[in-house]
Design a protein around this ligand. Structure first.
Ligand code: NAP
Ligand code: ZN
Ligand code: ZN
Length: 349
């Protein structure tokens, strides 16, 4: 084990601050990555504050990691020192269940090993995330970066990107579909870009009037303020799919009513408490609610290649590490444009 500098919290009420922790030494199939950028996901806040149940402390959040390989184990074949590499939301899984064998490691029967707030497969060594100087990870769970530039805009693709790409792909979103995206934050802004790139007509459903121009610049064809009930009424039974990215508890009924017959609510936001919906909102039009969690390694690499081919990046605000608590406050107020990304050069300032 060796000592690593990072930023994290010691309890659910603690602010994020500098701390030290230990990572494993580089093993035969591991790569060590010097972290350049790490995105800030709303999940970081949920977990730093134990909003999804008790977290493991100390916690070092961060699962949108871009960096450069500085060391490789003796058996590593896919990476060499100097390569750019990425780490996403998980860093291992059982590798033998049907999910793992079919590239759906995130749904592993034995549970994926999250990049932070979890334990490695030995069940006792905690994982620590990307608000830190470097990461040691098995090469099988490491992504290649097909980009040369704008690496700060690439980091959020590892969570916000794949989490929205995967359900839109699985749903078969294409030209001719009416797609709505609920919530214009980190996930929402990537969802707009992907749905538009797949050829759908995209409507942004937002609580923030100030985001209209940005939504259209990102690729939305229409913008609707969800606090205006008259505007929502006009959208009844309009959409084939709604991608719900909202991080706070909300009443789903008013959105379910906007789906056509057989319409699907693609749910990715994970509020701390249960959302509410009425059975009739689903039954009356044979609608369904479909959950989706990030994406497997193969699909994540496919998404990165798709982004490189289509010039898709995340729109980011690059921040120093020391700004993290202010960034959390702003995310909670929906004041995010549209992902905070930490410049890890600032870690020791
Ligand atoms: P974010 O940047 O905070 O964006 C969420 C957006 O939702 C806000 O910007 C806001 O957009 C809207 N919103 C906030 N409160 C609302 C409310 N009470 N009612 C309606 N809309 C509201 O968060 P994020 O990083 O995109 O993450 C979103 C959620 O997805 C989080 O719960 C996160 O944990 C979860 N997540 C899930 C997965 C997965 O695999 N399924 C992966 C990553 C993250 P407007 O201003 O436009 O209304
Ligand atoms: Zn995330
Ligand atoms: Zn498995």
């Amino acid at each position: 084990m060796y000592k690593v500098h990072g930023f994290g919290a010691n309890s659910k009420t603690d602010a994020i601050h500098a701390l030290e922790f230990e990572r494993r030494d580089v093993g035969p199939t591991d790569v060590k990555i010097d972290i350049m950028y790490c995105g800030v996901c709303h999940s970081d806040i949920h977990m730093a504050r134990s909003e999804w149940g008790p977290s493991i402390y100390p916690i070092v959040p961060g699962h949108e990691i871009v960096g450069r390989v500085t060391e490789v184990g003796a058996a590593v074949t896919k990476f060499k020192v100097g390569d750019l590499a990425e780490v996403g939301v998980f860093v291992d899984s059982c590798r033998k269940c049907n999910c793992c064998k079919s590239g759906l490691e995130q749904y592993c029967d034995e549970g994926m090993v999250p990049s932070y707030n979890g334990y490695y497969r030995d069940g006792i060594t905690p994982t620590f995330g990307g608000y830190s100087s470097d990461y040691v990870i098995d090469e099988q769970y490491t992504l290649h970066i097909p980009f040369e530039q704008n690496l700060e805009g690439v980091a959020p693709l590892l969570c916000a990107g794949i989490t929205t790409y995967s359900p839109l792909k699985y749903a078969g979103v294409t030209k001719g579909h009416q797609v709505a995206v609920l919530g214009l934050g980190g996930l929402g802004h990537m969802a707009v870009k992907f749905a538009a790139a797949f050829g759908a007509e995209v409507t942004m459903l937002s609580t923030s009037p100030s985001k209209e121009a940005d939504a259209k610049r990102l690729g939305a064809h229409h913008f609707v303020l969800t606090t205006d009930k008259n505007q929502l009424k006009k959208l009844k039974m309009q959409f084939d799919f709604i991608l719900d990215t909202v991080a706070a508890v909300h009443d789903m009924n008013q959105y379910l009513d906007l789906l056509k017959i057989d319409g699907k609510m693609l749910l990715v936001g994970i509020p701390p408490e249960d959302n509410r919906f009425n059975a009739a909102s689903i039954i009356s039009k044979r609608r369904s609610i479909v959950g989706s969690m990030i994406g497997g390694i193969k699909e994540t690499q496919e998404m990165l290649d798709f982004c490189a081919a289509n010039n898709i990046y995340s729109d980011v605000e690059v921040i120093p590490m020391q700004y993290i608590n202010t960034a959390y406050d702003r995310i909670i107020k929906s004041d995010v444009k549209y992902r905070f990304v930490i410049d890890m050069k600032t870690l020791n300032q």
